[in-house]
Design a protein around this ligand. Structure first.
Ligand code: KMH
Ligand code: ZN
Length: 414
């Protein structure tokens, strides 16, 4: 959650019209108050600054933009980061009232601090909070994408291929905090497949070992037909998937093209509905928001809606804060969302999603590295790292019961 204010700093305090540093802290105080009200319905109190850096001079007449963001949640506290940028400066040499936008905003101050709402002042949980109060983010659902269609054993020898390997990997991921398994399957020689019987064997192996939401892919691999891609949706009863991915638009996919024609998307959405699965709507590009809105209008998908932003595919939307903020800002009210960052973007984007209040997807489908130059020994270490990040920010890792409720997925199929 972010807050921004822009003010003209009227008076200098020191020689040469220099503004005192306390002025920046006053601005951060107002930004912090706004964030506290939006998170807790209470003004809160500043407890401490952990760091303050004055980086550039500010002079009387400068316009300063002060931005703050909540980056961690305690029981009664909120951790925040602030940045102040000079955005407009007077140019008295040009005219007495002349002012110019700076070509690049200049960072003048950064700080980190903690605000609290003392326990005695907290509103009872039952009291309705006012409009504009968005509250605190709930538990974070971690999805493990453990197989994929493109990752090979040559890239990472820990990639699971057989049903037993997939089941074992799902169990390790569930133990590390994953509650959703995004599932692809492979033939015995490791080729991507969407064969119903291979899915059946993998789903059985997973469900024998752990309680997770099984989300089967309808994306498959580039070049597969729609019928082929929908193989897992033929499964019924105890073998049926609770969720299925729904890819809504065509993108460049590395050197390939991942084709999702409009009539085929409607067809896949209808098959997911008929199979009794909940769709996860996969968005790779900005225009996919509009396609998704159209699918809602046509009734092809309906509330509660869940979205996955897949960012960093070469040929689609890049993995950046700005892009994520744009996508989240365009979601229909009440929708839940997660982020899958591709390659080296996976863990940084997971962290960003956690701070922004979303859910995360990690795993070998999207990234084979745990650290620079260090291969992940399967998807479970990536899940464990994501779970650590969730807890470090003061959020809870969703339990399986919470994940089923948050994603509006019914009980385990039987
Ligand atoms: N393998 C990609 C071309 C999905 O699972 O729905 C598509 C994909 C998306 O993996
Ligand atoms: Zn996939």
């Amino acid at each position: 959650m972010k807050s921004v204010i822009r003010v003209r700093v009227a008076a200098g305090h020191y020689g040469g019209g220099l503004v005192d540093g306390a002025k920046m802290l006053e601005l951060f105080g107002d930004v912090a108050t706004d964030l506290c009200v939006r998170a807790d319905g209470d003004e809160g109190l500043f407890r401490a600054y952990e760091s303050v850096e004055f980086l550039r001079p500010v002079r009387a007449g400068d316009f300063i933009e002060a931005e703050g963001e909540i980056v961690g949640w305690g029981r009664t506290s909120l951790k925040m980061e602030f940045v102040a940028r000079k955005v407009i400066a007077p140019v008295p040499a040009a005219s007495v009232s002349g002012a110019d936008f700076l070509a690049e905003p200049e960072v003048v101050c950064r700080a980190r601090g903690t605000c609290v709402v003392p326990e005695k002042d907290r509103r009872p949980v039952s009291s309705a909070l006012g409009p504009g109060v968005v509250g605190r983010p709930g538990a974070c659902v971690i999805t493990a994408a453990i197989v994929g269609a493109e990752t090979t054993r040559a890239q990472n020898p820990h990639l699971p291929i057989t049903a037993d390997e997939i089941g074992d990997e799902a169990r390790r991921c569930a133990a590390a905090g994953a509650t959703v398994i995004h599932l692809h399957v492979r033939t015995a020689d490791g080729h991507p497949s969407q064969d119903a019987e291979l899915f059946r064997a993998a789903i059985r192996a997973i469900r024998q070992r752990c309680d997770v939401i099984v989300q089967t892919s309808t994306g498959g691999a580039v070049g597969m037909s729609v019928d082929e891609r929908c193989g897992a949706l033929k499964l019924q009863g105890a073998d049926r998937p609770e969720m299925a991915s729904l890819n809504v638009g065509t993108i460049n996919f590395g050197d390939d093209v991942f084709v999702n024609r409009a009539p085929d998307v409607l067809d896949v959405a209808a098959r997911i509905r008929a199979a009794g699965a909940a769709p996860e709507i996969e968005l790779y590009d900005a225009g996919h928001l509009d396609i998704a809105a159209d699918l809602v209008k046509r009734g092809a998908v309906g509330a509660p809606l869940h979205f996955q932003f897949v960012l960093g595919v070469r040929g689609a939307m890049a993995a950046s804060d700005r892009n994520l903020d744009f996508l989240v800002g365009g979601l229909p009210a009440g929708a839940t969302w997660g982020v899958a960052g591709i390659g080296r973007h996976q863990l940084p984007l997971a962290e960003l999603a956690i701070v922004r209040g979303g859910n995360v997807r990690v795993g070998l489908e999207d990234n084979v590295w745990l650290d620079k130059g260090v291969l992940a020994e399967g998807s479970a270490p990536l899940v464990a790292r994501a779970a650590e990040m969730v807890r470090a920010r003061g959020r809870a890792v969703a339990t399986i019961a919470e994940a089923r409720r948050l994603l509006a997925v019914g009980p385990r199929p039987s």
